[in-house]
Ligand binder design. Structure first.
Ligand SMILES: [Fe+2]
Ligand SMILES: [Fe+2]
Length: 345
């Protein structure tokens, strides 16, 4: 079924929240928030808003002094990973509105708007890191990395093509595929990069950048939860759409994503980053994909991988350490309710 882009204002729309649907509904497009159908969405909107943070509040002076002392391998990984992260957050900022135009629930439209806004903040943080930590010449190299690195170009192109398919042909099936592509991006593609920064942080290196990454990752967890809910509601409301055949295809998307992410993680670290061997990267990405698929009620692809192979990554990423000025960085934390559990949102 082809989906219609929501009208800016639809005077024959249905205000009855009981008739509201995630896709294919008849919304007036007014942001009515007093009668919401998807209660989780309004809770999530508020949680996302309370996570607001400002990249420039984290000091990067020490990182600027440390960057030249990193090994050649660490600098290479740092540059390539930042370059890929810049791509991921750029495409997210641009693409989320494309999805949002086809979602017919105002409370979910709000969440997707904040989601896109947070991706813009992440882009801002990379700009700030590159301004503060590396030379103008290196900064330029990082922004141009995909021109010189065919692996990066291929990855960027693959991810873009997935999203373009829905833009070119906005069918309900392609929407489900794009929701899955988004979920994979948020839940798998960032993580080789994140673990590299945490591996540096574990050695006491680049702690300001690590703090930026921790804030970014906190946002990504809410993005994952948001898309898990969107997927679940679409599947519940459209059982004829989310068939076993389509689920098989989505699991195949995940399989391909895992292969790409492992190859990328091994390529960028090149066996030269302490704490990140090729084998650990492989196990970690497979483990993550299992967790992600289970959260969508799908069979994991790698049932033999049951344990987190690098528990220190999660301990390192834990946000509660942020409350006590983690790494002695002064960061205003706008979150009033500490330790929100995103998986339960
Ligand atoms: Fe992001
Ligand atoms: Fe995100």
């Amino acid at each position: 079924m082809q989906l219609q882009r929501t009208k800016l204002f639809n005077e024959i729309g249905d205000r009855d929240w009981g008739n509201r649907r995630m896709i294919g509904g008849n919304t007036t497009n007014l942001l009515e928030l007093n009668n919401v159908k998807y209660e989780w969405a309004y809770r999530m909107y508020r949680a996302m808003m309370s996570n607001f943070w400002i990249p420039e509040e984290i000091a990067l002076g020490d990182d600027a002094r440390q960057y030249p002392t990193l090994t050649e391998h660490e600098q290479r990984s740092f540059n390539k990973i930042i370059s890929f992260l810049i791509f991921l957050d750029s495409i997210q900022t641009h693409n989320l509105p494309n999805i949002n135009e086809y979602i017919t629930a105002p409370e979910v439209n709000l969440c997707l708007t904040v989601h896109a806004f947070q991706e813009a903040v992440h882009s801002q943080s990379y700009g700030y890191i590159l301004d503060s930590v590396v030379s103008a010449k290196t900064r330029d190299t990082i922004y141009n990395e995909w021109r010189n690195d065919e692996h990066l170009l291929k990855r960027n192109q693959f991810i873009t093509d997935r999203y373009e398919q829905f833009i070119q042909d906005p069918s309900d099936e392609n929407l489900v595929r794009t929701v899955m592509a988004n979920f994979i991006l948020e839940g798998v593609y960032f993580y080789s990069g994140f673990s590299f920064f945490f591996a540096l942080g574990r050695q006491g290196k680049m702690l300001g950048t690590v703090s930026e990454i921790k804030y970014i990752q906190r946002d990504e967890l809410t993005h994952l939860a948001l898309f898990r809910h969107i997927f679940e509601e679409i599947a519940r409301e459209n059982p004829q759409l989310v068939t076993p055949a389509l689920i098989d295809e989505l699991r195949d998307m995940m399989r391909q994503a895992v292969e790409h992410e492992i190859a990328w993680g091994q390529y960028v670290t090149d066996g030269h980053i302490p704490g990140l061997t090729d084998e650990l990267i492989t196990q970690y990405i497979k483990y993550l994909s299992n967790v992600r698929l289970k959260s969508l009620n799908m069979e994991p692809l790698y049932p033999e991988v049951v344990h987190h192979p690098m528990r220190w990554v999660d301990q390192f990423a834990a946000m509660n350490s942020m409350k006590t000025d983690f790494f002695e960085q002064k960061v205003t934390n706008y979150t009033k309710s500490a330790n929100l559990k995103w998986d339960e949102l």
